[in-house]
Design a protein around this ligand. Structure first.
Ligand code: ATP
Length: 146
């Protein structure tokens, strides 16, 4: 996981955002497809970098909770209105008013995340308020031999 975060560090620094990483030293081996996991985190971080203002904060945290890994990517910044929370996972859907910096995008990032999370047998939740947005992904930790 730290390797996935690393490429974003320079961008975050350049955009004057603050990065906080909270990942346990010892992570259990994840039998789930590491490429999918990497892609999920990359897409969520990509969004956090895009939708956080300068001086804003991005937090990546990982928690192990019995048989699940909880991955959360949180950022300060723009609120995702409640009525948009399902639609942001649709292919090509973007909230135009949520992009004051005009980064643009394909609207595919979260659709991909959604598909990969279900492929891995997990779930994703989004929580957003006037000052922050958090994406929480829960994935099963498969035991050896599965
Ligand atoms: P791309 O995937 O090509 O980067 P995108 O960011 O527009 O494009 P998605 O990642 O699918 O596409 O996100 C869909 C929409 O959800 C975004 O256009 C944005 O409006 C909203 N969104 C996603 N992440 C955040 C976030 N962290 N904070 C605020 N809005 C967000």
């Amino acid at each position: 996981i730290p390797h996935v975060v690393e490429p974003f560090e320079q961008l975050i620094y350049d955009q004057q955002q603050i990065l906080e990483i909270d990942i346990p030293r010892q992570l259990p081996p994840l039998a789930s497809d590491p490429f999918s996991l990497k892609r999920i985190l990359t897409e969520l971080l990509n969004n956090a970098c895009k939708y956080t203002p300068a001086k804003g904060k991005i937090t990546v945290s990982v928690r192990i909770n019995s048989d699940k890994i909880q991955l959360s990517v949180s950022n300060s910044g723009i609120e995702i209105p409640r009525h948009e929370m399902q639609r942001i996972f649709d292919k090509f859907y973007r909230i135009p008013s949520n992009d004051p910096w005009k980064h643009g995008g394909t609207g595919l990032g979260l659709a991909l995340v959604d598909k990969l999370v279900s492929y891995l047998g997990g779930s994703i939740q989004v929580e957003s308020g006037s000052r922050h947005t958090t994406f929480l992904v829960e994935l099963p930790i498969m035991s050896d031999g599965k």
